[in-house]
Ligand binder design. Structure first.
Ligand code: NG1
Length: 518
């Protein structure tokens, strides 16, 4: 395998330059939702009409604009964005829509079509207001609001008095399911705030995406930038390799046309913010410990205070090593089976671990709630997974491989990714293991958990000519008898939980005044 620098240089020749264009304003709903063959998906027209009708009932007027941001499926590259490495996601059709008008009051009124689960909220227009206690859903609206009006003063200084707004939300992104409802919500709120305050032709997509990441981290997850970036940069029909370093780039990836991506929801939600101490943020802490220990063992720093790398990517780039060489470093310098607090302190020559974690939200809970940290296993996953992302892209781009060999290679990489998430990163669950195995047994070329894991969805690669029988066989996951503790919350129509998907369009603003969509 060539060094990382060579892999990224090759990739950058195909780069779609990011950072210069703005979130588009569409005048036709019909341009927004198309199927694989370019046909208009008519089911969205009644949905938008319903939003307009509900908006009128609530606020006595029609919405001035709609803003919309999609969820995503990560095809490969799990838990590596916060280590600085490239990921390979696509947007999905399921999205957040916010219909809004500017109001003359200094207040933001937020209603949701699903008013039972999300009762109405009123917020002040103060951008620096505190988040609500108890991981309240409105905090994701605040993330988007703050992203635009409280992160970068070169933008927010252009808005002396933020506008009041009346908003109605409609979301089709399943929550806590690994398809990034939190980022779709954040991005949608940011686009709405940006448009209402006339910044939509001022803030380029690249900056918007970075500000959304910063704001979402303020709400508690030590996330990377995959979800916000794909929600903003996605294009219809295209998966994207997203590189964060040395600069943000979204590079087109053509997944072979003979296969479909199928999403299956395990129906076991995993709410990230309720488990940050033992799951997501703990993994971020473990990667940080691993990075610092390797840097010290390599003589790149005398003690933790001298380590200058923010993440594994920066270390690898300075060393100029290939992924295989990084995997060797893990074997040489980290030990299998976990480290106690004292082991980590000793390896880093530090008395108090909090000093090196201060920028990680909820680091205190991570230190308090865990007795062991699995540094070898997490780091081994990260370098292996980062390598698989480039192998996946190389297989998609290859002229040398036949279609058959190509799709088998992609499926194998997806399976390897799942096994690494299960065994090394320990972010799978019994249900996700069951569902991905059922997918393989039902004809998938590969199947893996997608998103943070511990529940939520899996994504499978399936040949189009066996798609119908595949979907049929997968039904057994939802219909089989289960132990009482393992009941799933299947509520209605299975198509919402098990569906083939194609890469969907990224965020947009829709101007309803042309009414071409009615
Ligand atoms: P989801 O699946 O939305 O919880 C999270 C992070 C990503 C990435 C993946 C794992 C957020 C908003 N997103 O996604 O940055 O690290 O996990 O690959 O927390």
């Amino acid at each position: 395998m060539e060094p990382l620098a060579a892999a990224t240089t090759e990739a950058s020749t195909l780069a779609t330059q990011t950072g210069t264009d703005f979130v588009p304003v569409l005048t036709q709903l019909t341009a927004a939702y198309l199927d694989v063959n370019g046909n208009i998906k008519t089911k969205h027209q009644p949905r938008y009409k319903n939003i307009v009708a509900r908006f009128k009932q609530l606020y006595g007027c029609e919405p001035a604009f709609f803003c919309r941001a999609p969820g995503r499926v990560n095809i490969i590259g799990e838990h590596i964005d916060y280590c600085g490495y490239a990921v390979l996601p696509a947007a999905i059709e399921q999205d957040f829509v916010m219909a809004y008008v500017v109001s003359d009051k200094s207040e933001i009124e937020v209603n949701n079509i699903d008013k039972d689960q999300f009762p109405a909220e009123r917020l002040s227009t103060e951008p620096f207001q505190k988040f609500k206690e108890g991981h309240h859903w409105i905090n994701y609206f605040l993330c988007g609001y703050k992203a635009v009006l409280a992160i970068d003063e070169s933008y927010y200084n252009k808005v002396p008095a933020p506008k009041g707004m009346k908003i109605l939300i409609d979301s089709h992104v399943p929550p806590a399911a690994g398809v990034s409802s939190s980022s779709a919500f954040t991005v949608c709120a940011a686009v709405t705030t940006m448009h209402a305050n006339n910044l939509h032709e001022v803030i380029p997509k690249g900056d918007l995406s970075k500000m959304c990441v910063t704001a979402e981290r303020m709400a508690g997850t030590a996330c990377g930038g995959m979800d916000q970036t794909i929600s903003i940069f996605a294009e219809m029909g295209k998966a994207k390799l997203i590189e964060f370093n040395p600069t943000l780039k979204a590079i087109d990836v053509a997944v072979p046309s003979s296969v479909s991506l199928v999403i299956a929801n395990s129906l076991t939600p995993s709410p990230k913010l309720l488990t940050v101490g033992t799951r997501y943020n703990k993994r971020v802490v473990e990667c940080r410990f691993g990075l610092y220990i390797i840097a010290i063992k390599l003589g790149k720093a005398a003690t933790y205070g001298d380590v200058k790398y923010k993440n594994f990517y920066e270390l690898q780039t300075e060393l100029g090593y290939s992924f295989d060489q990084m995997l060797d470093l893990v074997k040489t310098h980290l030990k299998k089976g976990g480290y106690s607090h004292d082991d980590v302190k000793k390896a880093l020559n530090v008395g108090d671990l909090s000093n090196i974690l201060k920028d990680i939200p909820y680091f205190f809970e991570v230190l308090q709630q865990n007795v062991r940290f699995h540094l070898y296993e997490r780091a081994y996953h990260v370098f292996g997974e980062a390598q698989r992302v480039y192998q996946f892209k190389a297989a998609c781009d290859s002229d040398a491989l036949s279609e058959e060999d190509k799709v088998h290679k992609l499926g194998t990489l997806m399976n390897e990714s799942h096994y690494s998430c299960r065994d090394l990163y320990e972010c799978s669950s019994d249900q996700l293991d069951e569902l991905t195995q059922l997918a393989r047994d039902s004809g998938a070329l590969g199947s893996r958990l997608t998103g943070a894991g511990w529940g939520g969805c899996c994504v499978s690669l399936v040949k189009k000519d066996v798609l119908a029988s595949f979907l049929d066989k997968m039904h057994s996951y939802y219909t089989k008898e289960r132990e009482p503790g393992y009941q799933l919350w299947v509520t209605d129509d299975l198509d919402r939980y098990l569906f083939a998907t194609q890469p969907a369009k990224g965020a947009f603003i829709l101007d309803p005044k042309y009414a071409l969509w009615m």
